[in-house]
Design a binder for this molecule. Structure first.
Ligand code: IMP
Length: 192
């Protein structure tokens, strides 16, 4: 019988993606589907802490199997920043454009532009937590290239490619991305 699992997100795109992958095995429900409209606190100092905080929050309230994800961009020349603060790099409620502007400013004139996206997924299944991680290595370009994607995609050039994430078709990004790699591990585990 098909199990039910909650994905602690309101991001429609992420929900559709996971529903399709797990079809037949799990019915994936989002926060809205279980009637949760509030904000889940994210106060951890690492991606793993934040991911756990979100899955734990939902498990405690609803007692349902669930998972959550947290992603950050780690830039070596900035000591791993923005990392867990990637969504708020230029300040609370900052836009993608403001965050990218700040990143380019901080890296101006820097030779070492190596960076990686990292995703941590926290799964709580029958009360036990499991974590899955995915990352993709690359570098930060000097200017924006491309219009696709979101976030830092226009300035992230994955190693071995000559297109930023914002220039390549979504199908290609979704094969090599941090999130895709973490999700593949989650799905392999859930399909066992
Ligand atoms: P979240 O944990 O998935 O919400 O990601 C946190 C932040 O990381 C987002 O607000 C984006 O700025 C950035 N980010 C996450 N995934 C991506 C991606 O695939 N491309 C570019 N930026 C991303």
């Amino acid at each position: 019988m098909e199990g039910r699992i909650i994905f602690a997100t309101n991001n429609k795109h992420k929900l559709e993606e996971l529903s399709a992958i797990l079809e037949g095995k799990f019915k994936v429900l989002g926060l809205k589907d279980i009637g949760f409209e509030g904000e889940i606190p994210e106060t951890g100092s690492t991606l793993a802490e934040n991911a756990y905080q979100k899955s734990h929050f939902i498990y405690e309230r609803f007692g349902l199997d669930c998972f959550s994800d947290d992603t950050g961009l780690e830039v070596d020349a900035l000591g791993g920043r923005p990392g867990v603060r990637s969504a708020r790099f230029a300040g609370d409620n900052s836009s993608y454009a403001e965050n990218v502007d700040k990143l380019l400013r901080e890296l101006k004139g820097k030779k070492d532009r190596s960076a990686r996206f990292r995703t941590v997924i926290s799964l709580i299944l029958k009360g036990k937590e499991y974590q899955f991680e995915g990352s993709v290595e690359g570098s930060i370009t000097e200017e924006r290239h491309g219009e696709k994607g979101f976030g830092y995609d226009p300035v992230f050039l994955p190693d071995g490619y000559n297109q930023t994430f914002a220039e390549m078709p979504a199908s290609r990004k979704n094969k090599i991305s941090h999130r895709a790699r973490a999700v593949a591990k989650l799905v392999a585990f859930l399909k066992k």
